[in-house]
Design a protein around this ligand. Structure first.
Ligand SMILES: C[S@@+](CC[C@H](N)C(=O)[O-])C[C@H]1O[C@@H](n2cnc3c(N)ncnc32)[C@H](O)[C@@H]1O
Length: 289
């Protein structure tokens, strides 16, 4: 399918405006991540096997980045869904702002809806394509989620899941404060039922849930950069840890004072040259015809 990339800069501008205007939003770091992961997301979009006029579903869409990029670049129908109402509302607001400027979308080309991946309010055999990015790392029961996806896909429909695996994330020289905070963050996610090694498990889960033609790839990014304090990646990492502070402290993983000290040290770990690499597993599979 030919992808129309004309509106990506306008989408980015609307996200950037929103990020600057609404610093109070819960999971503000996730909004920032939307900008940081734009290139990888858009490279992936070029490869997505969605038929013209097909029906696509984005699960755990967050602030809607993937769904909005898809809707403004392909002649398809997109459902952008998330379990959190606030995120669904923000995604809708940003899509409306973009469309007011470019007047691209026709009625019925993008829908925003609250949806829990375990109980999707869609008929069987509804979608040509289902995508879910960075959601499975949070799920207690990924097998159940895949069986719901299987149900709502049409026969021959394709699922694409993209998620982290910590083995593909490293840096040199290592930064002790980052390592300490990351270990606490990982523990918190595990205690909430999530899994930062989900990437390597996606193919097996798809196979066990009757999907066929499973294909996987690892998308790596790397860089050798000077990490200045105002660097976006650094700020976004810091915000992500800060957003998890209460949960980490309440779960007894780290005391509040210790957490705050590591955050101070994290601030001192800037102003150095560092090689960083990170990767995501992308897994495609098909529902049998
Ligand atoms: C890390 S964010 C990913 C957002 C987006 N897909 C992206 O790539 O930027 C994970 C999202 O999954 C949502 N989520 C968590 N549990 C969910 C569930 N059971 N069903 C649907 N969404 C869920 C959260 O509200 C959050 O917005």
């Amino acid at each position: 399918m030919i992808i129309n990339v004309d509106y990506y800069p306008i989408i980015d501008e609307e996200y950037r405006n929103y990020i600057m205007r609404r610093t109070d939003v819960k999971d503000h770091w996730l909004l920032e991540q939307t900008l940081y992961t734009g290139e990888g997301r858009r490279n992936l979009i070029k490869t997505l096997p969605i038929p013209v006029m097909g029906k696509a579903l984005d699960l755990g869409s967050g602030f809607g980045a993937m769904a909005i990029d898809m809707a403004f670049s392909m002649p398809i129908q997109v459902y952008s869904t998330d379990a959190e109402d606030e995120m669904v509302d923000i995604a809708r607001e940003i899509a409306e702002k973009v469309d007011r400027r470019v007047n691209y979308l026709k009625p019925g080309e993008i829908f925003f809806k609250n949806a829990n991946i375990y109980e999707l309010d869609f008929e069987d055999n509804t979608f040509d394509f289902v995508i879910s990015r960075f959601l499975f790392q949070h799920l207690k029961d990924p097998a159940k989620a895949f069986s719901e996806i299987y149900r709502v896909l049409k026969p021959g429909g394709i699922v694409c899941t993209i998620d982290v695996d910590e083995s593909f994330a490293f840096s040199y020289p290592e930064a002790p404060a980052y390592e300490a905070l990351y270990a606490a963050f990982k523990k918190m996610q595990e205690m909430n039922g999530g899994d930062r090694q989900i990437g390597r498990k996606l193919a097996t889960l798809l196979h066990e849930n009757n999907f066929v033609d499973i294909y996987t790839q690892v998308d790596m990014q790397s860089g050798y950069e000077y990490t200045a304090a105002e660097n976006m990646v650094h700020r976004f990492i810091r915000e992500r840890f800060l957003a998890a502070r209460n949960d980490i402290v309440e779960k007894g993983i780290m005391g509040a004072d210790e957490f705050d000290q590591w955050i101070e040290k994290l601030n001192d770990e800037v102003e150095l040259w560092q090689f960083t690499a990170s990767g995501q597993v992308v897994a495609f599979a098909k529902k049998m015809n």
